[in-house]
Design a protein around this ligand. Structure first.
Ligand code: G3P
Length: 216
């Protein structure tokens, strides 16, 4: 399973990248706004900076919701760097645009996916990634991880090549559960990645080894 970081914060991207386990980055308008990135030039420059920091796929989301607007915006984003993946919402014009991007050699990430039916459509349109939002599904008292398993089963049965990118990750346990359920990628906040390091027995064991090392 690949690890992406789900942020537009450059310091957090650097910290995850320095760990040596980072395969890519996902952003969305909310994450960009959180970093105070405003205006077309600043947005483009921010994506360029991220592409120069991380050697992997970088998802950049369109704001348009009509076919022509999505295609125009997506072409500009894709021109920033070969690693840009155009992130397109799961709406009717979004699916049409994903098919257009697929036919024209531009990689896409179909976002805001909450059902297996939506994931089938994204795969049929040729999306490189499909992004089920598992935390937001959990928020509605359904099981987000179960959706990952269902999509993984369908994609494997049907031979779809679209990669399942588990998004809206809220904890380290989510990452483990998504790996078990067959996600190809997990895009995670930095805290959830770093949380994987933690176990109290590791801390206790290390303290004892360091104490005994002094007696050597
Ligand atoms: O990748 C999608 C993600 O950013 C949404 O996460 O926590 O806002 O549901 P969240």
């Amino acid at each position: 399973m690949k690890f992406f970081i789900d942020t537009a914060n450059l310091a957090q991207i650097k910290e995850a990248n320095d760990l040596g386990i980072l395969d890519g980055v996902t952003t969305n308008p909310s994450l960009m706004a959180k970093e105070g990135v405003k205006g077309n030039d600043a947005i483009m420059n921010h994506y360029k900076t991220i592409c120069e920091m991380v050697d992997g796929d970088i998802s950049a989301e369109v704001f348009s919701t009509d076919f022509d607007g999505i295609v125009t915006e997506g072409k500009k984003l894709a021109a920033i760097h070969p690693n840009i993946v155009v992130k397109v919402p799961m709406i009717k014009d979004g699916v049409k645009a994903i098919k257009w991007f697929t036919d024209n050699g531009i990689k896409t990430n179909c976002t805001l996916v909450f059902s297996a039916g939506q994931a089938i459509l994204a795969a049929k349109a040729g999306a490189k990634y499909v992004s089920p939002f598992i935390g937001r599904i959990d928020d509605t008292n359904w099981d987000g991880v179960e959706l990952i398993a269902q999509i993984a089963h369908i994609y494997s049965l049907q031979g779809f090549e679209t990669e399942i990118l588990a998004a809206s990750i809220r904890s380290s346990l989510h990452i483990v559960k998504c790996a078990e359920a067959g996600a190809d990628v997990c895009t995670c906040p930095l805290d959830s990645i770093l949380g994987l390091l933690k176990h109290p027995l590791t801390d206790i064991g290390l303290a004892k080894f360091l104490e005994d090392a002094k007696k050597m």
